[in-house]
Design a protein around this ligand. Structure first.
Ligand SMILES: O=C(O)[C@]1(O)C=C(c2cccc(Sc3ccccc3)c2)[C@@H](O)[C@H](O)C1
Length: 151
């Protein structure tokens, strides 16, 4: 049986993860996050496509491409979550289950980080649990995909 494909998409500045603000984002790098996702995917018997971009348009295009190739999207939109209606529209249009991940607890931070447009398109949002949030999101997404007929 073909393994489900889950796109793991990361927004702007996440390539800088681990280099600054360890008190907020911890010391893990984006490569560490990718390894966490690879290990979780192996355990869950799913395939992942892990990507990061600083470009809003590229992130929107990657979401659009998921329509014909992925069964779910795990996304850390970073700052674009707080600002991009284009990203929300793409997530709504792609008609796939979406789980939003934030490493930090955005609700304990600056006011402008408390709201994300993306969350309107998400089945669920995981925030404040550090980089393990990605593994938790992959577990939840796998359950959603395997049990989609029960919904
Ligand atoms: O907590 C998150 O994962 C979040 O999505 C991630 C963010 C994020 C991602 C990458 C970098 C930075 S700020 C930064 C810049 C350079 C080095 C370290 C951190 C914030 C924020 O924009 C969001 O408000 C919250």
């Amino acid at each position: 049986m073909v393994r489900p494909l889950i796109a793991v998409l990361n927004g702007p500045n996440l390539n800088m993860l681990g280099l600054r603000q360890p008190e907020v984002y911890g010391r893990a790098t984006l490569d560490d996050v990718e390894q966490i996702c690879i290990q979780a995917a192996e355990r869950l018997d799913v395939a992942i496509d892990f990507r990061q971009t600083n470009g809003e348009g590229e992130l929107v295009s990657w979401v659009q491409e998921c329509r014909n190739r992925a069964q779910g999207i795990v996304i850390n939109p970073a700052a674009y979550g707080h600002s991009s209606i284009a990203l929300l529209d793409a997530l709504l249009a792609v008609d796939l289950p979406v789980i939003e991940v934030h490493i930090s607890n955005i609700h304990r931070r600056e006011e402008f980080r408390h709201h994300t447009y993306c969350s309107r398109a998400a089945v669920g949002v995981i925030c404040g649990l550090g980089v393990q949030g990605y593994a938790l999101a992959l577990q939840a997404m796998t359950d959603l995909i395997l049990n989609e007929d029960d919904r």
